[in-house]
Ligand binder design. Structure first.
Ligand code: ADP
Ligand code: MG
Length: 682
């Protein structure tokens, strides 16, 4: 039922409500108050204590606008409740004088200044009208999120009435069995408690119930999508296949146990006659690439094409190199599709891909162009998947009927969050680094300590090791690029120039970037000044030292990724993060301290989740995370797992969600419609 059916809601208010995600009456009833105020009794003004947060109810005696000595406008009100008088002041809102007409009853919620003068500054305020007294006072009062065109009291009155009249009629998406198993309130009770609680503990129970709903319905949607995908016929590959076997024998190292397990899981999926959808997670440097390459060779052994998509040209070129070393001896072509290739070369590459012959295709999103057509694509790898949008991943997999898909991520995600973001994928994890890796020492360097850092850098270059100097580019602004250019110029003019100094950043042509990187890889230059373009995937094992300038500008995920460029071999590596302690905020300090303390990506991810909350978790802004209005992915992780497990059981018993589950299905549709639109996406 549309919210427009409610008396008093016309097109304008409906539009405002829509901005809060409210379209129907049911949506409105699920609108979560921002907070509650206990207005069962007001504190007499005469008994207010400085510093204490309270609500008072009084009559406006006078209101006036003024300006501070520094010219800041304010509105000041004198309030009286017979026990005493109170001055309240709102800065930068002089127009409030219109609101506080003398004689009106007003509720103020805030703190009395801890020091004289005795006044409240910027308290929350509400004008009390007599006929609605029982809605806005004398009870625990919800305070709703607002948007332009919606007044608090209007919304509160509507929800007060709806909660009394309509809430009882809401269809409950949770059957009694589920509710009792998880000790959850019936939906009508929860909704009533949300808007008309008699105690704050009731609110907590209501919140828990509604958060469970979100998690449960979301899990059902995601799991059903996965089940639907698995009914498509996929390719039953025959792992390992002779090419993968031969490539593996040619490796100079043995796979770690964790790599073996991951490859085993992937091969099991590939052998099954349904499309694989798997996420391979592993910390930076854990060796995901070789696992993906071997799996791709399995597909090629069976006569299919395999495509590997990387987020940057640098990484794609590196994959072409590495993959070439494995595939060339086997006589398998590696087709590189890059943004900057000549028309003729591109035509030739496209012809190979369009043909039936098995091959390996590597590229950036250049692979997604409409004219890239595959003759026999059977296996798709998306490297560093968090760098791609959901739709880009989908586009690649749509280049074949139902290919097996492997997505890889070095952005470690706590398991419970992974269930939310990738709940429709099978997860596997490489939780072990190749042997012989020495831990990276991370040191915080301030300006005054630069000489020591410089000495360490020099000593390492003298020993033949290689180093990075990273200048963060956050906005790709001219100033930021200039910093990188100047840093390179400084090193080139200084004593380290004898080791060869290269520079790569986003505005340098792809060809030049690749040439510089090749020179660095091959040891013709030993110091690489770079922007964050080297953040993902770059693998030069001889690099053992990294300097990150302005480290405070980067997120924890980026810092960890950058640091992962060193310590890729058996030599002790060093990472310097440069930032002035007293010039950066507490949040940046906490980030850098976490980086120094933790070497493990998963531990850092948890720290980041705690520092920033899931909304902008670990440098990613992911679809799915913004769908929860009540559930809090930091605080409610246990509840999430509970709901997810319940969803699994439910679908086992009733895969089509028929019978008692009709209301559930309805709620899935209405509450997760947007997400449903993103169906077949990994
Ligand atoms: P990431 O997981 O970050 O993508 P890579 O796949 O780039 O890591 O691997 C990092 C480095 O470790 C590469 O130089 C790779 O050749 C090497 N490597 C991978 N697996 C092993 C192993 N089992 N033993 C030794 N070195 C390995
Ligand atoms: Mg990688």
């Amino acid at each position: 039922m549309s919210i427009r059916l409610v008396k008093g809601i016309g097109p304008a208010r409906a539009a405002s409500l829509e901005r809060l995600g409210v379209r129907t009456i049911a949506d409105a009833l699920l609108l979560m108050p921002r907070r509650y105020e206990d207005r069962r009794s007001f504190t007499p003004i005469g008994r207010l204590h400085p510093g204490e947060a309270t609500s008072v109810l009084g009559r406006v005696k006078a209101a006036a606008a003024g300006r501070t000595r520094r010219g800041i406008p304010y509105c000041e009100v004198l309030l009286d409740d017979r026990s005493g008088t109170l001055v309240a002041r709102w800065y930068r809102q002089p127009y409030l004088t219109q609101t506080f007409r003398p004689g009106l009853q007003v509720i103020l919620t805030g703190k009395l200044n801890p020091y004289p003068p005795r006044q409240m500054v910027n308290p929350e305020h509400e004008v009390q009208e007599r006929d609605e007294a029982q809605i806005h006072a004398g009870r625990i009062v919800p305070v709703y999120p607002l948007t332009a065109g919606l007044a608090q009291r209007f919304l509160r009155r509507i929800l007060f009435e709806l909660a009394q009249t309509v809430a009882a009629k809401l269809a409950d998406p949770l059957p009694e069995s589920v509710r009792s198993r998880h000790r959850l309130l019936p939906l009508p009770d929860a909704v009533r408690a949300l808007h008309i609680p008699s105690e704050l503990t009731e609110v907590a129970a209501a919140r828990r119930r509604l958060a469970f709903d979100e998690f449960f319905l979301f899990s059902l949607v995601v799991l059903q999508q996965r089940a639907a995908r698995q009914t498509h016929p996929g390719i039953a590959f025959q792992p390992p296949g002779r090419l993968a076997v031969r490539a593996r024998e040619a490796l100079s190292f043995a796979l770690t146990g964790a790599q073996e397990r991951a490859l085993g899981a992937i091969w099991t999926d590939m052998a099954a006659a349904r499309p694989m959808q798997r996420l391979l997670q592993g910390d930076v440097g854990s060796g995901k690439t070789i696992v993906a390459f071997l799996a791709a060779l399995t597909a090629v052994s069976d006569g299919y094409q395999a495509a590997i998509m990387a987020p940057t040209e640098i990484l794609a070129a590196q994959h072409v190199d590495r993959l070439g070393a494995l595939a060339d001896p086997l006589g398998i072509p590696v087709v590189h599709l890059s943004g900057g290739m000549s028309a003729a070369a591109r035509r030739q590459a496209l012809a190979v891909l369009a043909g039936p012959a098995p091959c390996l295709a590597v590229g950036t999103h250049a692979l997604l162009q409409p004219d890239v057509v595959f003759g026999r694509l059977g296996f798709v790898v998306v490297d560093e998947q968090h760098r791609f949008g959901v739709l880009q991943r989908a586009a690649l997999q749509q280049k074949a009927a139902h290919p097996d898909v492997l997505v890889m991520s070095a952005t470690p995600i706590p398991r419970s969050l992974a269930l939310v973001l990738y709940g429709d994928l099978d997860l596997c994890l490489i939780d072990e680094l190749p042997p012989g890796r020495r831990p990276i020492t991370t040191t915080w360097v301030q300006e005054a300590e630069r000489p020591g850092m410089q000495a360490e850098l020099t000593a390492r270059l003298e020993r033949g090791e290689r180093g990075y100097v990273v200048c963060p580019v956050v906005e790709e602004s001219a100033a930021e690029l200039k910093a990188a250019v100047q840093t390179a110029a400084r090193y080139r003019a200084g004593p380290l120039s004898r080791f060869g100094v290269g520079l790569v950043h986003g505005r340098i042509s792809a060809a030049e970037k690749l040439a510089t990187l090749a020179a660095f890889r091959e040891g013709r230059i030993h110091l690489l000044v770079a922007t964050t373009v080297v953040e993902v995937g770059v693998d030069v094992p001889e690099a053992t030292v990294m300097v990150i300038e302005h480290a405070d500008r980067l997120g924890l995920a980026q810092l960890h990724q950058l640091r992962g460029r060193v310590g890729r071999a058996d030599r002790a590596a060093q990472c310097f993060v440069v930032a002035e302690r007293d010039e950066i905020g507490p949040e940046s300090q906490a980030r850098l301290e976490a980086l120094i303390r933790e070497r493990d990506g998963f531990a850092l991810a948890e720290a980041d989740l705690r520092l920033r909350g899931p909304g902008d978790f670990f440098g990613t802004r992911q679809a799915g995370l913004d769908g929860f209005h009540v559930g809090d992915l930091t605080a409610d992780l246990r509840l999430l797992e509970e709901a997810r497990a319940e969803a699994v059981t439910t679908l086992q018993a009733a895969p089509d969600l028929d019978g008692p589950w009709t209301a559930t299905q309805e709620a899935m549709k209405t509450r997760w419609a947007a997400r449903l639109g993103l169906a077949q996406v990994g």
